[in-house]
Design a protein around this ligand. Structure first.
Ligand code: ATP
Length: 303
């Protein structure tokens, strides 16, 4: 797996706060990579560090083979960090023309193309003064993409967007990765969106990576057997600490291969099973478990 960003022991402290705490992570080239984590986990600090906006206290990273801030790699990167601000008296098109000049020229055909692709074609000649947060985000994404980068870093690209906007942004991000070969690294709190759009994720907590992997592997690992049973108390006794409650049903956290043995043990223990089916974990379950924000402890002791 070719690496596009290689982070080794990156640390950033603000007084007593360790925003990044010896972070080590390899982000592969190609596809969409999600950085998740609760507020204050260090996501924006990582992005700012990778973009050379802040200096790490310790550690290092390589981006497309070069050190942080190397002009050759910076030229191949696009980014949007937080809701972008643009001169309010310019139209969306003029903003892109202005930024395009700074990048050594982007043609008007290319600007039309990107305005269209981010869904701003109709608003192209409106002044950005009247733009909503979602429209500014779209314009920011167009600005990040129009220089045809190989790597794009997007911090919360869909915050402030309405559901159709989120859907369009998801389609755009996927198509950039699938059809244009761009590597996208994004941070987001919208876990359902991340599950739909990302190939891999890293979950941060307190400046460290607590879990990393393919979204499909992480969610498959959290798969559980959902059982509608009577009597409930007997099923809980048979399953022990592998059980939690989901409404009136029991969730058994066991590998798929052990499913038949678990069902046999329940039946032999005098439990009637009305329904049994496997349910996948979603990224939200994985996130809650990995960041320690879970009600599972209480559920395990219920009943
Ligand atoms: N300029 C700064 N001065 C002092 N502390 C800072 C500064 N920037 C970030 N921090 C602190 O560093 C920690 C990590 O912040 P960061 O913004 O990277 O988190 P985040 O994961 O992006 O959070 P969010 O999801 O809220 O955007 C937090 O405790 C934050 O308060």
């Amino acid at each position: 797996m070719e690496t596009v960003i290689d982070i080794r022991g990156l640390t950033k402290t603000y007084g007593t706060v360790r925003a990044l705490d010896g972070l080590t992570l390899s982000i592969p080239r190609g596809g969409v990579y999600g950085i998740l984590g609760p507020n204050g986990a260090g996501k924006s600090t990582l992005f700012r560090t990778l973009l050379g906006l802040i200096r790490p206290t310790a550690g290092d990273a390589t981006i497309m083979g070069g050190p942080i801030g190397a002009p050759a790699s910076m030229r191949r990167m696009g980014s949007m960090i937080e809701t972008p601000r643009f001169p309010p008296f310019l139209t969306a098109r003029q903003v892109l023309e202005w930024l395009g000049r700074a990048h050594g020229g982007v043609t008007s055909t290319e600007i039309d193309h990107w305005l269209q692709r981010v869904g701003l074609a109709e608003a192209a000649d409106r002044r950005v003064r009247g733009f909503s947060v979602g429209m500014l985000q779209r314009l920011g994404v167009a600005a990040a993409l129009m220089t045809k980068p190989d790597l794009v870093i997007l911090d919360e690209p869909t915050s402030g967007m309405d559901p159709p906007g989120i859907q369009e942004m998801r389609a755009l991000i996927r198509s950039l990765a699938d059809n244009d070969g761009v590597t996208i690294v994004l941070a987001s709190h919208q876990l359902q969106e991340v599950q739909r759009v990302c190939d891999r994720v890293a979950i941060f907590n307190k400046g460290k990576v607590v879990t990393e992997g393919r979204v499909s592997d992480l969610t498959a690992a959290g798969e559980r057997l959902r059982l509608s049973v009577t009597p409930l108390a007997r099923a809980l006794a048979v399953l022990g600490d592998r059980a939690s409650l989901d409404g009136d049903a029991v969730l058994a956290s066991v590998p798929r291969a052990e499913g038949p043995a678990v069902i046999k043990a329940l039946v032999e223990g005098g439990v009637d099973i009305e329904e049994a089916r496997w349910i996948g974990a979603d990224l939200e379950d994985v996130f809650m478990n990995q960041t320690g924000w879970t009600g599972v402890q209480e559920l395990n002791h219920a009943g």
